[in-house]
Design a protein around this ligand. Structure first.
Ligand code: GLU
Length: 291
């Protein structure tokens, strides 16, 4: 069994991250498996080295020990490019020149599980038109032609483990990638999107069980599709509820008041905090979001 914790170093870890990391860590330890740490730092504009240092310090303080070397996505760009090449060669990717404003201006854009679905504007461009814009140096992302991709692999399911995480009940969930539309696999400003890098890294690291928040449930549809297209194994998934603050809003890295670093600075004992989180007891004002 191999699990992982995969934070993006774009801010301070909050207690929800600590709780999530502890659950993945404990699940693996109970099965004598490996718990890995991956830093999702391909977003050059938002990732910061001081946040990487903060993540390492917070996890160490909380007693979450990982196995093996830390994997940094910024060092795996060749692997992402190779996968993009493979999908491009299968005719499943197209360059997209749209700006955010272009997409928003498309009033008919339907909404999928994760917000507006790309209306497909650039899918219909001619090869000559694409070549001209690429030659002119126009910034482009690469999107997957979702209808074609889904037709290629057929119906897919993924294995879901229950929450609280246990290993006994595996349910099979139908994946619904088509609902997400032509998602971006390589961004204008980054060599890969979260979906591509995460899917490739989970496979490369031999991850067998992914534990992550409910906010990424939709992402699992897309990751399952990419696994099928790229011939990668599919881990089992546990999606845990998110934590919300007293305002009912989900915790975010910017809410410094519940950052692990702040609790540490206040002199909170890490063993006590870890024991509380393991028991589902959260600091005052923080609770599980209702399903
Ligand atoms: N890097 C993502 C985040 O910080 C998590 C990715 C994952 O667990 O799949 O939200």
């Amino acid at each position: 069994m191999v699990t992982r914790f995969a934070p993006s170093p774009t801010g301070l870890l909050h207690v929800g991250h600590g709780w999530s990391a502890l659950m993945a860590h404990d699940l693996t330890r109970a099965a004598s498996g490996a718990f890995r740490l991956r830093i999702e730092d391909i977003d050059g504009a938002r990732s910061r080295p001081d946040h990487v240092a903060g993540i390492i310090a917070d996890l160490t303080w909380l007693g979450v020990a990982w196995d093996g070397d830390i994997v940094f996505q910024s060092q795996r760009l060749d692997a992402y490019e190779a996968a993009l090449e493979l999908l491009r060669a299968q005719g499943l990717l197209y360059p997209c020149f749209c700006t955010r404003a272009d997409i928003q201006a498309s009033l008919t854009a339907p909404h999928g599980p994760e917000g507006p679905v790309y209306p497909g504007t650039c899918r219909g461009l001619s090869d000559a038109g694409r070549a001209r814009r690429i030659d002119a140096g126009e910034a482009r992302a690469w999107r997957i032609d979702m209808a074609q991709a889904v037709a290629r692999v057929g119906a897919l399911t993924w294995a879901a483990l229950p929450f609280p995480p246990g290993l006994d009940t595996n349910r099979s969930i139908n994946a619904n990638p088509i609902a997400h539309g032509d998602v971006v696999l390589a961004r204008k400003d980054a060599p890969a999107s979260y979906h591509l890098s995460c899917t490739l890294d989970d496979a490369a690291m031999g991850v067998t069980h992914v534990l992550r928040g409910d906010d990424l449930r939709g992402a699992t549809d897309i990751h399952r599709l990419l696994q099928a297209l790229l011939g990668l194994p599919s881990p089992a998934y546990v999606h845990h509820p998110l934590l919300v603050g007293s305002d009912g809003k989900r915790l975010a890295k910017r809410s410094g008041s519940i950052a692990i670093a702040q609790l540490r600075a206040q002199g909170v004992a890490p063993d006590a905090l870890a024991a509380d989180l393991r028991a589902g007891r959260f600091p005052v004002g923080i609770a599980l979001a209702s399903a």
